[in-house]
Design a protein around this ligand. Structure first.
Ligand code: TYD
Ligand code: MG
Length: 465
């Protein structure tokens, strides 16, 4: 019979094995399996203990919508769905050094300044380091309660001593451990148990919990993935190396929309909010070279203009190169195939590079038209009009399909001074203040990019001129 009392979990993927081995069968990771305490008893051998009854209530709450704890940082609040919900737990994941601690400290300071009780538990940095950071950001006078601790029992005892905090931040969850487990801090078992205890604390007291989690690549410590299912919202804080701006992205939110992004810029005094991200991502557009097209996109509930850059150059090698930054490689292959099959533009002898300026990542299919326009523009060596934006999905048949929320996209483009929009045929936008240039299919786009007038007439919308 198998030995009861030990289980072995892969620290990379979380798979549980009955015996130790050097390589995880599930994910193929080497040296990732660690022994972790007793497995939970199976249903048969566990006797059901008598519990206490609890009251079942109506779905409709007696006191209306739960009030939100507003942090006072608009970009952060919006990504959370309008502030933190009492009793909820959110996870803020991101690469080490991206600025998670900075963001959390700023959010807590802002919340504390507006009169809430904010507690910051640092498991990574000493008090002096946190104070130094706060002083650098000129937040030294914010009434944040600061503590340096890693043992979960100590943290709960301390929290139980004072009044219930409005927000508790734990930086980071990977440093927290419970004495109830023998596993080392940072292992999946410790991270999960500590998170579960914190979530339980939040639910029972009404405090909102912010957990900071490092994304790890080598699997030596458990990543935020291990606790995503336990928390109410998962936000990822991302930024490209070499770029100053950072994106806070909601990937799960029980109390708000996902795909919402908040844009920040890392400055010498901490993170600054970027109120008009489109202007930031477009950069200087005074001169235009072939191969750039502006995509009018939507990120969450907000329109965002992004520049797509393409370079199509004759290939020196037998196998041409395709390199994509910020977009899907498969999607590029599809667009190239459609351009070839439906438009007669073969780029099989050319290297193709596609880049989304500013380090953004586009996931929307509506970016197809802008990508195709950028590719054709580079291929033909003719720059696209400086005052045009593009959006629309390209189907395999070569047709341009309508995109959602076109009005929002057009309004944002008009706001930033664009006067023309190349859009799928049938797009309507009352009063967007921008001239529409509908294209029906790849042939229409080709005609437009190559400089001829498009077959379809230009439709001026209300407010244009
Ligand atoms: P940090 O919040 O410590 O990152 P994380 O908690 O995600 O590991 O941020 C560290 C980086 O931010 C560091 O490289 C320095 C930079 N930074 C600034 O540029 N300006 C500032 O005001 C602060 C506090 C940090
Ligand atoms: Mg940190």
């Amino acid at each position: 019979m198998a030995r009861v009392g030990a289980s072995f979990a892969c620290q990379s993927c979380g798979a549980v094995h009955s015996k130790w081995s050097g390589r995880c069968e599930a994910c193929g990771g080497w040296n990732t399996i660690v022994e972790e305490g007793a497995p939970p008893l199976s249903g048969q051998s566990r006797r059901r203990a008598r519990g206490r009854p609890f009251a079942l209530e109506d779905l409709k709450s007696a006191d209306g919508d739960p009030p939100r704890r507003v942090l006072g940082i608009d970009e952060f609040d919006r990504v959370c769905g309008g502030g933190l919900v009492p009793g909820s737990a959110i996870l803020i994941g991101g690469d080490p050094g991206v600025g998670k601690s900075t963001l959390v400290l700023q959010a807590l300071a802002s919340y504390a300044k507006s009169g809430g009780r904010a507690v910051y538990i640092s498991g990574e940095e000493a008090m002096a380091q946190v104070r130094l950071r706060a002083a650098r950001m000129e937040l030294g006078d914010a009434p944040v309660a600061l503590g340096a601790a890693t043992c979960i029992e100590d943290i709960f005892t301390t929290l139980d001593d004072g009044p219930v905090p409005g927000i508790v931040a734990i930086d980071s969850i990977q440093t927290i451990w419970t004495s109830a487990l023998e596993a080392a801090p940072g292992t999946i078992a410790q991270v999960r148990t500590a998170s579960l205890d914190l979530v339980r604390y939040a639910k029972s007291t009404g405090a909102a919990i912010m957990l900071v989690g490092h994304v790890t690549k080598d699997g030596q410590i458990a990543g935020p993935k291990a606790v995503e299912h336990l928390v109410d919202a998962v936000l990822y804080f991302e930024g490209e190396r070499g770029h100053h701006f950072r994106l806070l992205r909601a990937v799960k939110n029980r109390f708000g929309a996902t795909d919402e992004i908040g844009v920040f810029e890392m400055t010498g005094q901490g993170l600054a909010q970027v109120a008009n991200p489109s202007a930031l991502f477009l950069g200087d557009r005074s001169s235009l070279s072939p191969g750039t097209a502006v995509f009018a996109g939507i990120e969450g509930t907000r329109p965002l203009l992004m520049e797509m850059q393409a370079l199509v150059a004759a290939s020196g090698y037998g196998t041409p190169r395709r390199a994509v930054v910020g977009w899907d490689t498969g999607r590029l292959a599809m667009i190239l195939a459609v351009l070839d099959a439906r438009g007669g533009v073969g780029m099989s002898g050319h290297d193709v590079y596609l880049n989304v300026a500013g380090g953004l990542r586009i996931g929307e299919p509506a970016a197809d038209l802008a990508a195709a326009a950028a590719l054709l523009s580079s291929f033909h060596g003719c720059a696209l009009p400086k005052d045009s934006v593009f959006f629309g999905e390209i189907s395999l048949s070569g047709d341009i399909r309508p995109a959602s929320q076109s009005e929002l996209r057009l309004k944002e483009a008009a706001k930033l001074g664009f006067t023309r929009a190349v859009v799928p045929a049938g797009t309507k936008a009352q009063g967007a203040g921008i001239a529409l240039e509908p294209v029906r299919d790849i042939a229409g786009l080709l005609a437009l990019v190559a400089g001829e007038r498009p077959a379809a007439p230009r439709v001026a919308m209300g407010g244009a001129r």
